[in-house]
Design a protein around this ligand. Structure first.
Ligand SMILES: *[C@@H]1O[C@H](CO)[C@@H](O)[C@H](O)[C@H]1NC(C)=O
Ligand SMILES: *[C@@H]1O[C@H](CO)[C@@H](O)[C@H](O)[C@H]1NC(C)=O
Ligand SMILES: *[C@@H]1O[C@H](CO)[C@@H](O)[C@H](O)[C@H]1NC(C)=O
Ligand SMILES: *[C@@H]1O[C@H](CO)[C@@H](O)[C@H](O)[C@H]1NC(C)=O
Ligand SMILES: *[C@@H]1O[C@H](CO)[C@@H](O)[C@H](O)[C@H]1NC(C)=O
Ligand SMILES: *[C@@H]1O[C@H](CO)[C@@H](O)[C@H](O)[C@H]1NC(C)=O
Length: 394
């Protein structure tokens, strides 16, 4: 071959390499700048700017996905699209002897929000790192087709370092939105700052309809936000189910900001001695939906739970507590807990250590720390409102 062709090929390879490096650096910077959550979970669906979308698209093109096709099972039914991915570890292990822990995560619109992928990677890595090897994990992802491709790749990559059995299923948000249109319309009326873009609203409330979405043989499930990191094993979190009494359907940790004190302002003015909106310990500060333990079977069978998702019930409750929310599913759980506390188990704050301090500078400096404090070892961090999660080794 003539020398000039060698030189040309050399330059071509070098250029391709630099272009890849450039995009991956940009991707990292974009991740740092654009968090998915600005204020709790309400901005889960924050619109990213056009340039973020374009850059992410380019990045995805240089990422091969063929490696994860192996081991994939497809099963598409009428009501919910269901795909399943089994990690390579599955065939070396004994599934029947392992306890399966079911985890639900909302992982959508990743093409528009590069930070989500980064968060998901850190979340799964921290999850796998702290698991013992003889458990099985089943992810249930509320997702869209392109985010699902990324999720599988992240799970595949991260699972190489562990011997845990891993399965993942996808539930596509388009189907979900059609299936639960009535619930979404009702909830958005009471718990959305600006009712509007319909597709995003569906994600906002997905957790409340998980009992109907997840196959009926799954009896209990842990829902986690994608902006969380484990510092302890998910088996220990799963053991919290054992502390539920026979009426409790859901387990959530307290909200660690005065947001519900703020929302309950009118009610508290009319009920001067109310403990609703007071800090945890003596009062009830509301719940945070970054981690939700769900007794799916009991939720499916509970007439009360089903009736709470109706316009009539929510009209009554929001009226009684003068409650106008903006945080989606989390508002629903908190409002229901004001009236029916017996349905809820309160998780220790250590299992959902929220880091958002947005409310501190909004007129609550004097009492913020009473809400925010969470003593002892932190088992799970929640980097809500785009807060930085401390490094694992400090
Ligand atoms: C899908 O819907 C069609 C028509 O309603 C029905 O005949 C078929 O059995 C359904 N398939 C599944 C897998 O539920
Ligand atoms: C889809 O339908 C098949 C039978 O047609 C069933 O075995 C499978 O469990 C169904 N999957 C879901 C997610 O409902
Ligand atoms: C898997 O575990 C079950 C229960 O411990 C046991 O009965 C079975 O023999 C095991 N199977 C294999 C292939 O190891
Ligand atoms: C998975 O790992 C491969 C090989 O290391 C890498 O090229 C790819 O970008 C990774 N994918 C994701 C989604 O992190
Ligand atoms: C809920 O009920 C109110 C009246 O109490 C009505 O104005 C509203 O349209 C209803 N919303 C939905 C989504 O049905
Ligand atoms: C709502 O309130 C009205 C009037 O107080 C009552 O008649 C009705 O039963 C309540 N509905 C629900 C679903 O709680």
């Amino acid at each position: 071959m003539p020398k000039s062709i060698h030189l040309f090929l050399f330059l071509l390879v070098t250029c391709s390499f630099l272009v890849c490096l450039y995009y991956s650096e940009i991707e990292k910077n974009v991740s740092r700048r654009f968090g998915p959550h600005l204020l709790g979970s309400n901005l889960r669906n924050l619109r990213a700017s056009e340039d973020v979308f374009a850059l992410t698209g380019a990045f995805l093109n240089v990422t091969p996905s063929a490696s994860v096709q192996h081991g994939e099972v497809e099963d598409q039914n009428n009501t919910s699209s269901f795909y399943s991915y089994h990690s390579a570890n599955t065939k070396h292990a004994n599934f029947s002897s392992a306890e399966t822990i079911h985890l639900a995560v909302i992982f959508c619109n990743v093409g528009q929000k590069a930070a989500l992928k980064w968060n998901f990677k850190k979340m799964t890595r921290s999850l796998f790192k702290h698991c013992s090897n003889n458990i099985a994990l089943h992810f249930h992802l509320v997702t869209d087709p392109s985010s699902w491709e990324i999720a599988k790749e992240v799970i595949h990559n991260e699972s190489k370092k562990t011997k845990i059995n891993i399965q993942a299923s996808a539930y596509f948000v388009d189907t979900f939105a059609q299936q639960f249109v009535t619930t979404i319309e009702v909830l958005q009326q009471y718990f959305s700052a600006k009712p509007g873009t319909y597709y995003n609203q569906a994600l906002f409330y997905a957790s409340v309809r998980l009992p109907d979405l997840i196959p009926s043989d799954v009896a209990q499930l842990i829902f986690v936000d994608v902006d969380t990191e484990f510092r302890d094993s998910v088996e220990k979190l799963n053991q919290q189910f054992e502390y539920f009494d026979d009426q409790q359907l859901l387990g959530l940790a307290p909200e660690l900001s005065p947001v519900y004190r703020h929302i309950l302002y009118v009610y508290r003015n009319q009920h001067k001695t109310s403990l609703l909106g007071e800090p945890k310990g003596k009062g009830f500060p509301g719940y945070n939906s970054g981690v939700v333990l769900m007794k799916l079977n009991m939720m499916r069978q509970s007439n009360l739970y089903q009736s709470l998702l109706t316009n009539m019930s929510l009209a009554n409750l929001t009226d009684k507590y003068s409650f106008k929310g903006h945080l989606g599913d989390q508002d629903f759980y908190t409002l229901v807990a004001l009236e029916y506390p017996h349905l809820f188990y309160t998780l220790p704050c250590n299992w959902n250590r929220q880091l958002c301090q947005w409310w501190k500078s909004k007129g609550y400096e004097d009492i913020f720390d009473l809400f925010y404090e969470c003593k002892g070892f932190i088992s799970l961090y929640h980097g809500n409102c785009n807060s930085q999660i401390p490094d694992a080794n400090t």
